[in-house]
Design a protein around this ligand. Structure first.
Ligand SMILES: [Cu+2]
Length: 799
């Protein structure tokens, strides 16, 4: 293959270059026309490259403006060159750089599946600065093209790149953003983002980055053809796009053909731009919530379909743009329908520079690695979309038999022709003896299924929850509820006989009925490759000793229980940790299931709740204060005027008796901007022993008190107790969270500062409970206080 670059007159390629001469050419404006045909990452990459070359510039749409630009002096004006595209392209790629008044245009024309590109250039001004090479190198560096040439030519190009980019090493592996060859999902390259440039060491001096991702949401299937011979050939189970799960075959919904979806790992202050492309055949809507990010100033990016935005329509896309303002362990998940429980979820890790002021528990660990992010969840044999219909219209079969760790686990047994037995692989977490690691544990739990998490032979030092640092607390197990996150330090010091250990999950409540359990492996480097010898049944997964967050219920377990309300925050938040004060607004919320003529599930004439023959399958409505929350037809955040006046209600505005008649509306409370709001959440515990992890959007809250009064209680009882001074609140160093459990037959008291104008969902994180009404919205401030949504923000609703 012929390849040549005319390097004559390029002083920086002289045999002994001392310092690359450069020419200051003033302001550079670079336009890109790539986005029509190129993946969005390419545009990002181009931007990054220009920033490296030209310093910090501004981007306005497709236009990049830089005040200073130093490009090497170059004089050549012809480049006979043969190049190949780095990715399949179906049309014209064009780069146009306006260099003061000199226009350098690089046209790359290709037709699939051609391998040769034609490059043409034009200069519109007579100038000695014919920086055609610069444009070529730009194309090369941005990986739009690669050189098809012999090694000598590659060396020449590499030298060109080196001279243009003296700040080596380049901040990410060279193949980015095309990390591996693979099929494209329509026009989008689907990536796991394992080598994303934003995944970097966070330092005090580093500038915030703009971090772009494309999330293609699809209906998919476990053990798809991407899994080839999995599990008979174990290595096939980790092939790209293979979701082995627990070995069961199941319809799932996923992002970028991964489960969990791509982990986003950024530094605090980075700007996230996530384009969500909805490919959920047939015609399903979606939206993505960034669980743990407060969205201050960007409430319309919170991702709650029909509260903060219109759900993203089928075949449509929506770009979430927001700042990663909250450091810590968080996660993203779908917030339209039950998609998150079918697989649309992934980690969202926001790191801080290694500074004791910012990370008070920094001294406890040496490593904070991507590979030590653990997502756990209960898992059903059939899809949750089906199960939601069944829950509503048939019976309450919400008893998961299974669990997953990072989308993996062992359950289904496969028998090969030779009679050998095979299973899908366990998740593995590697450690080196003697080292201390920060693990980040995230629960994407589906059902009413608290999970006891423990590691054989080790204790855990809990250092944070929901992204908020806590005073370190050593425990043997943590009870994790849906939506909660716990960061703990693991000291890899159990080396008396170098071996591996089980990481165990044990389910309670709904998960106890089928003894749902799962294990993963803590792998010591240097240990034999065998799995641990101990048995892995549900009974074996019990762990005694000190347990955190059992919600005062599991007293029968061989453990000493500590509650979240007994923990101490390691940071001081003036809004939440000031001296005890009377809140500006106080709301009592009773969460419970009630037998009421819920018109979604029952019909007064045909299958009434009072029909004796349907006794066994009565639908008990998940309520907050006897109200079934219903989503409005349009998002109130941006289309408040489109909603009827009676769309919103609460216990104070309803005239009917909700204990007799079904009350359904968008359950709504309004808080004044800046108000300190206290919620006394009461789980009356009447129907069953249920756990309700309550999650607040847009705010974090302090947990001031928690108590269990008996098997059952009522809101009135708790109110009376409170008024008689029977509920003591600890404000000083109260732990800060965004998702908290409420003891069954008891209460949890939380406070938040309503300082984030917008509409914010507050809901149970058990999917079926929330979907059927155990949710409400807090309006903070008036519409005049709301930030203005982006131009052309989507609209939807009744017509
Ligand atoms: Cu619930």
């Amino acid at each position: 293959m012929v390849y040549a670059v005319n390097t004559n007159g390029l002083p920086y390629l002289s045999p002994k270059p001392k310092k690359p001469p450069s020419v200051r050419v003033g302001t550079l404006i670079a336009y890109s026309r790539m986005s029509l045909t190129a993946p969005p990452q390419a545009l990002f990459r181009e931007s990054l490259f220009l920033r490296r070359v030209a310093g910090h510039g501004k981007r306005k749409g497709r236009k990049f403006i830089f005040n200073k630009i130093f490009f090497p002096k170059c004089t050549a004006d012809k480049i006979p060159v043969k190049l190949v595209p780095s990715f399949p392209t179906s049309g014209l790629l064009q780069l146009l750089f306006v260099f003061q008044q000199l226009i350098v245009e690089l046209k790359i024309i290709s037709k699939l599946p051609t391998t040769t590109l034609r490059v043409s250039t034009r200069a519109t001004m007579k100038s000695s600065l014919h920086c055609v090479q610069a444009a070529l190198v730009l194309a090369l560096v941005t990986r739009l093209v690669t050189v098809q040439a012999d090694s000598a030519a590659t060396v020449v190009v590499d030298k060109l790149v080196d001279k243009l980019l003296p700040h080596k090493p380049f901040p990410f592996p060279r193949p980015y953003p095309f990390p591996r060859p693979g099929p494209k999902a329509w026009e989008y390259e689907i990536s796991d983002y394992s080598s994303h440039p934003c995944k970097r060491e966070c330092t005090l001096r580093s500038r915030p980055m703009t971090c772009r991702y494309v999330f293609v949401v699809e209906n998919y299937f476990t053990l798809s053809r991407a899994c080839h011979d999995c599990p008979y050939n174990q290595s096939h189970c980790s092939l790209p796009h293979c979701i082995a799960a627990d070995g069961g075959r199941k319809a799932v919904k996923v992002v970028n053909r991964m489960m969990p979806g791509p982990a986003i790992e950024v530094c605090e202050g980075d700007r996230l731009m996530v384009t969500v492309v909805n490919r959920l055949e047939p015609s399903e809507v979606t939206s993505i919530h960034w669980h743990g990010q407060l969205q201050k100033g960007t409430p319309f990016m919170d991702g709650v379909g029909l509260i903060t935005q219109c759900p993203i329509g089928f075949n449509a896309k929506f770009t979430y743009r927001f700042k990663a303002s909250e450091a810590g362990t968080h996660y993203w998940h779908a917030h339209s329908g039950p998609q998150r429980t079918d697989g649309v979820y992934g980690a969202l890790i926001v790191r801080r520079p290694r500074s004791f002021t910012l990370e008070p528990n920094l001294g406890l660990y040496a490593h904070d690695l991507s590979e030590h992010v653990i997502t756990i969840m209960d898992w059903t044999e059939d899809s949750m979309t089906d199960r939601l219909s069944r829950y509503t219209h048939v019976d309450y079969d919400a008893k998961p038999k299974l669990m997953l760790v990072n989308g993996k686990g062992r359950h289904t047994q496969f028998e090969a022709l030779d009679g050998s037995l095979h299973y899908t692989p366990y998740a593995e977490f590697k450690v080196t003896p003697g080292q201390r690691y920060r693990f980040r544990l995230i629960s994407n739990g589906i059902m009413n299924c608290p999970i006891q998490f423990s590691i054989d032979g080790h204790t855990m030092t809990v250092i944070a929850s929901d992204g908020n640092p806590m005073l370190p607390f050593v425990v043997d197990s943590i009870i994790v509820n849906s939506g909660e996150r716990y960061d703990f330090v693991l000291n890899a010091d159990n080396t008396s006989s170098l071996r591996n250990f089980w990481i165990r999950l044990r389910g309670y409540n709904n998960c106890k009925l089928h003894n749902a359990t799962q294990t993963a492996i803590l792998k010591y480097s240097g240990a034999p490759d065998n799995p641990p010898p101990e048995s892995t049944t549900w009974d074996d997964a019990v762990r005694g000793g000190r347990s955190l967050n059992s919600a005062i219920v599991n007293t029968s377990l061989p453990q000493t229980s500590f509650e979240i309300s007994e923990m101490y925050s390691a940071t001081y938040d003036p809004d939440l940790h000031a001296q005890p004060q009377t809140p500006d607004m106080k709301v009592y919320l009773g969460i419970e299931f009630h037998a009421i003529e819920n018109e979604v599930a029952h019909h007064p004439d045909y299958y009434s709740i009072n029909d004796t023959y349907s006794y066994g399958s009565k639908f008990y409505s998940p309520h907050i204060n006897w109200i079934s929350n219903q989503m409005p037809p349009s998002p109130p955040l941006t289309q408040l005027g489109d909603l009827p006046a009676n769309q919103f209600c609460n216990i104070d505005t309803l005239s009917k008796n909700c204990k007799k008649e079904w009350c359904a509306c968008t359950h709504h409370y309004k808080a004044k901007l800046g108000a300190l709001v206290e919620l006394v959440i009461v789980d009356e515990g009447i129907l069953s022993h249920a756990y309700h992890p309550m999650h607040l959007h847009g705010h974090k809250f302090s947990v001031l008190a928690m108590g269990k009064l008996g098997e059952q209680t009522t809101v009135d009882d708790v109110k009376a107790l409170d008024q008689s001074g029977g509920i003591t609140r600890r404000v000083n160093k109260a732990p800060i969270k965004d998702t908290v459990i409420v003891p069954d037959g008891g209460y949890t008291v939380i406070r938040f500062k309503a300082d984030n104008p917008g509409f914010w969902l507050f809901h149970c994180h058990v999917e079926l409970h929330s979907a059927m009404g155990m949710a409400m919205v807090f309006q903070v401030g008036d519409p005049k206080d709301f930030p203005r949504p982006p131009r052309n923000f989507q609209r939807c609703g009744n017509s």
